[in-house]
Design a binder for this molecule. Structure first.
Ligand code: URA
Length: 286
């Protein structure tokens, strides 16, 4: 495999240095050290995809509101309603949701962004301060890292020229509202919000899901196992291949783990390409 100068430069920006030729994987990745992806392939830096157009919002069926944290049963009919919504109705349902107390502190909901039929679905945790202000997921520091990582394998959420959904991502969070002070999501909040994410995944029908961080993993895999134990293999969510990886915010605090996150990205890329029947050497940029 050969890495283009541009790919190398982008990875270097992320603190990841790649060798021209693959080498044996070190037992523990060094800080900003060389990486030897499980996949030895790199994709081309693709043209930037266009953002999804969801059309005009229409009135959504009312969400039933649970009256206490213990009354999750009351939320079940709401989830059933959500399961029938199309994109505009789902967007509207999220925007007007009052199912938990986060609606009182949010500036706005953060629905998600990307192509509605993107092959890649990225699932994060919850909006932070900047996301709450701008209404878009992953626009702070961790978002910059995420964008760089995606760009390094030819993916982007940015508006652009390519109509190819294989090069596009849809980014969503487990929670659509910011928890005050960026605290961890509460189980009750996750339970009340998860119908939205489930419906987003149903509508996108991604070829691969990248679950970033423990709350995404808890929601999608119903697992409390540490990320370190779950990463490195392909799981399934409703039949869709799912790769577990570290949350970008964690990567910013733990630089050595970037090498592992890169391996995870390569595993996801290999998985999606194998499913599409692509020969690894067919990838542009090799
Ligand atoms: N972290 C997340 O998980 N999601 C965001 O949208 C921003 C930061």
């Amino acid at each position: 495999m050969t890495w283009s100068d541009r790919q190398r430069a982008m990875l270097a920006e992320m603190g990841i240095r790649v060798w021209a030729a693959p080498a044996a994987e070190p037992a523990e990745p060094a800080v900003a050290g060389p990486i030897t992806p499980a996949s030895t392939q790199a994709a081309a830096v693709a043209a930037r995809p266009s953002r999804g157009a969801f059309g005009e919002a229409v009135a959504a069926p009312p969400l039933s509101r649970a009256t206490s944290p213990a009354s999750l049963v009351e939320f079940v009919p709401a989830s059933a309603d959500i399961a029938t919504l199309d994109w505009p109705a789902l967007r509207e349902a999220v925007a007007s949701c009052t199912a938990c107390a986060l609606c009182e502190s949010r500036t706005q909901t953060v629905f998600g962004v990307g192509h509605p039929q993107a092959h890649w679905m990225i699932v994060g945790e919850a909006p932070g301060e900047e996301e709450d202000r701008r209404g878009e997921p992953f626009v702070g520091r961790s978002g910059q890292l995420l964008d760089n990582m995606l760009r390094a394998i030819g993916l982007s959420r940015q508006p652009g020229e390519t109509p190819d959904p294989a090069k596009q991502v849809f980014i969503a969070n487990t929670l659509k509202c910011r928890p005050p002070g960026n605290r961890n999501p509460l189980p009750d909040e996750l339970a009340r919000c998860e119908g939205f994410l489930i419906r987003q995944i149903e509508l996108v029908q991604p070829k691969i899901i990248l679950a970033m961080g423990r709350f995404a993993v808890q929601s999608l895999l119903r697992s409390n196992s540490p990320i370190g134990q779950l990463r490195g293999r392909v799981h399934r969510y409703q039949g869709v291949p799912l790769v577990v990886t570290y949350h970008p915010a964690y990567l910013l605090r733990n630089l050595p783990e970037k090498a592992r996150a890169w391996d995870d990205l390569c595993l996801a890329l290999d998985t999606v390409e194998a499913a599409a029947g692509a020969h690894p050497h067919d990838r542009a940029g090799d």
